[in-house]
Ligand binder design. Structure first.
Ligand SMILES: [Zn+2]
Length: 162
């Protein structure tokens, strides 16, 4: 992803009120982020643990931020993340709900999705997959997974906008 600064994040929410955007707390280590290793930035609010955020660039290249609410239920072990989308990974995932953008959101429409705990999707897809067979191109497989993660995040943003 492209670098983002605090002001841009606060001004880029698709589904948060001004008050909500103003009250967010940035993740630890925000100033030293390696954005090249991220397809999106996701974190739980250090001061409001049920609140989480995702920041990414949309298809047009614009930075957008999304406010998420973590569901009551605890971490689901070994479920499939909707963004990594790989059954072999067996990550711990969590259910998040995002209010839809605009009028739909004001009517109460939400979009639910399962995302890796700690939003570790970018790191997960960058791990070399196991050798599936002799001559299997693990690097190409990894590149494809990175691309698919980006597509899933963009699909999520598209759906959120309705
Ligand atoms: Zn994931």
């Amino acid at each position: 992803m492209l670098p983002v600064d605090e002001r841009t994040i606060r001004a880029s929410f698709l589904n948060a009120s001004r008050k909500e955007a103003a009250s967010l707390t940035l993740p630890a280590g925000f100033d030293d982020l390696d954005v090249d290793a991220l397809d999106f930035l996701g974190w739980s609010d250090p001061k409001m643990p049920r609140r989480a955020y995702v920041v990414a660039q949309d298809e047009a290249g614009d930075t957008v931020a999304v406010l998420l609410q973590q569901a009551e239920q605890r971490t689901l072990a070994r479920a499939q993340c909707s963004w990594c989308d790989d059954v072999t990974l067996r990550n711990d995932v969590q259910f998040f709900a995002a209010r839809k953008a605009g009028a739909a959101g004001r009517r109460g429409d939400v979009l639910g999705t399962l995302i890796c705990t700690n939003f570790a999707c970018s790191a997960n897809v960058r791990r070399l997959p196991p050798l599936a067979y002799e001559g299997y191109d693990r690097g190409a497989a990894r590149d494809l997974r990175i691309l698919r993660l980006q597509e899933h995040v963009q699909g999520f943003l598209r759906e959120l906008r309705g």
